[in-house]
Write a protein that binds this ligand. Structure first.
Ligand code: FAD
Ligand code: SIN
Length: 525
């Protein structure tokens, strides 16, 4: 089937949905989501969204905290713009129907604090903020007459001049996006979606690693699509590992223990129940994430154990049960009463700071192609994202991208060669009947990334990862070239592309900065 719309949105998390709501008054919008609409990192966000809402805090302080966490390589102008825009975007979320908690008996938002923040400035909805945001935005989208939301539609590749038979390299000037090819996961047909403007809002790539807090849909599809289309990507060496995922090895994704719990007073302890953060940073358990995750990794390696503890018992029973109901219930299910027992934790891949390079309007290096949310690299996070700045970045850039896209289609000088764009050609392909070829390769990929390209890296580990990835890449391309395309195979190719980009950028980064940390670079100093 062929479809034509004004605005095509790939992804139904906070970035895709808020962009769709903004552009909908100006044209026909279609949102494609590869699973159920609500599935994505957004709904799992616990801590909340950072913004300066009252005079007790200041933009300057939030800007300073963001720059410090980013380890000196944030884009300062982007940081200032994002943080100053934050209150307006928060008020819009509230208008869309999102509820944030208020302080008892008052009209003021109840604010939490997380690692790296010098003030209490995290708006939240108990400990399930993301689920509330996703609910509010989805309800608004579903009731908008100009928006069509299509679930189980897997975007495979963006359509460019390459599909018109032209040779496109990363040096080709004026690469343009005309839409995407997408697999209808229910009929197994590959459809052609043509659009004046396309937004990638495909989220993160946590599933490149064995242990991740991100859901199974986070397979770096947007980044891989742009890589294949020869667009510009940046900062992919900066994979953020969250210090405290619940240690429960069989569970995927790993369940998060929000940093807000440390903000409320919970303390990291080693395997014997002793505090250890004083050895690493004066901010103790509330140091920025890169520092805390490395400290935990180091303590685990020294003691030869696979988890440490978070001790929340000092917070008080009432606050634990009422303020963190999701975590309390989850732990209780596993026999851990967090008012009495320490919580077993370990780090997990959590957030990709880099991605599709975009300008301040969210526009990528490919014309008519925008990106927002976790798949985009705006310059806000630098070497390490400050907690709760991600949902904020997503709404700010969805807004900027929407304003620019509306402007772009109103000028409409775009001369899309729609009739010349061919449909997907699946001729001569056979059905891959051995799923093990995909599942085993995915496991190998995730393990090699976890062990060689994780929290602590070295030149030798990166070289080994690169060599092994090369073999995995060749085998998978061979499978891809002869098989009917499936969602699983497409995701595997995307994960391989993301792993390649992470390793390549990690090898090119010759200094320890933010989340990129190599033992060889320490020695060089
Ligand atoms: P997502 O919400 O991940 O949505 C991506 C969408 O794209 C999904 O709908 C997915 O199905 C779709 N998609 C992907 N590929 C394709 C494809 N090929 N075709 C079609 N559709 C596709 N950040 C904060 O600021 N505060 C927090 O408290 C916080 N807590 C977090 C807790 C957890 C457990 C996790 C995992 C992350 C947390 N983050 C937090 C990070 C934040 O939640 C994410 O960065 C943010 O939600 C990303 O939003 P998004 O719209 O970019 O992507
Ligand atoms: C958390 O609640 O600890 C996660 C916050 C974030 O990833 O920004």
């Amino acid at each position: 089937m062929r479809y034509e719309v004004d605005f095509l949105v790939i992804g139904s998390g906070i970035a895709g949905l808020s962009f769709a709501l903004k552009v909908a008054p100006y044209g026909k919008v279609c949102i494609l989501s590869k699973g159920e609409a609500a599935e994505g990192s957004t709904r799992y966000a616990q801590g909340g969204i950072a913004a300066v809402m009252y005079d007790s805090d200041s933009f300057d302080k939030h800007i300073h905290d963001t720059l410090v966490a980013g380890d000196g390589i944030c884009d300062r102008e982007v940081v200032e713009m994002t943080i100053r825009e934050a209150p307006d975007r928060i008020r819009e979320l509230v208008q869309y129907g999102v509820n944030f908690d208020k302080s008892r008996g008052s009209d003021r938002f109840d604010l939490h604090r997380e690692g790296g923040h010098s003030e209490f400035r995290i708006l939240h909805h108990k400990d399930n903020t993301g689920a509330e945001i996703e609910r509010g935005l989805l309800e608004a989208v579903r009731s908008h007459p100009n928006i069509e939301l299509k679930e189980h539609q897997f975007a495979i590749d963006i359509i460019t001049q390459h599909h018109l038979g032209q040779r496109v390299t990363k040096h080709t000037p004026g690469i343009e996006c005309y839409g995407v090819y997408a697999l209808d996961c229910r009929t197994n047909e590959i459809d052609t979606y043509l659009a004046k403007v396309t937004l990638l809002a495909t989220g993160g790539m946590g599933n490149v690693y064995t242990t991740t807090t991100t859901p199974i849909v986070s397979t770096g599809d947007g980044v891989a699509m742009v890589h294949r289309a020869r667009g510009v990507l940046a900062d992919l060496e900066f994979m953020q590992f969250h210090p405290t995922s619940l240690y429960n090895p069989a569970e995927k994704p790993a369940f998060l223990i929000t940093e807000a719990m440390r903000g409320a007073g919970a303390i990291l302890k080693d395997f014997k129940g002793h505090e250890f953060m004083h050895k690493y940073d004066a901010r103790l358990s509330l140091a920025p994430r890169d520092i805390v995750a490395r400290a935990i990794d180091n303590e685990m390696k020294i003691a030869g154990v696979d988890h440490l503890y978070l001790d929340a018992r000092g917070i008080g029973k009432d606050e634990l049960i009422n303020g963190f109901p999701t975590i309390y219930a989850k732990c209780l299910e596993l026999g851990i009463n967090i008012t009495k027992d320490m919580i077993p934790i370990r780090p997990a891949a959590h957030y990709q700071c880099g991605g599709i390079k975009v300008d301040r309007n969210g526009e990528s290096s490919i014309k008519h192609l925008y990106a927002a949310g976790e798949c985009a690299c705006t310059g806000l996070h630098g070497g390490n994202r400050l907690a709760s700045n991600s949902l904020l970045e997503a709404v700010v850039y969805a807004h900027n991208a929407a304003m620019s896209a509306i402007n772009q289609i109103s000028q409409s000088s775009q001369n899309t060669p729609n009739s010349q764009i061919p449909d997907w050609n699946a001729e001569g392909m056979v059905l891959n009947e051995e799923m093990v070829l995909i599942t085993q390769t995915k496991r190998e990929l995730q393990e090699l990334m976890w062990n060689y390209v994780g929290i602590v890296r070295s030149d030798l580990r990166l070289q080994r990862a690169f060599d092994r990835l090369n073999l995995i890449f060749r085998e998978t391309e061979d499978l891809y070239n002869r098989s009917v395309l499936t969602e699983e195979l497409s995701e595997l190719r995307n994960l391989i592309a993301c792993a390649y980009l992470i390793i390549k950028m990690a090898r090119a980064r010759r200094e320890n900065v933010g989340l990129h940390y190599s033992i060889d670079l320490v020695k060089d100093k």
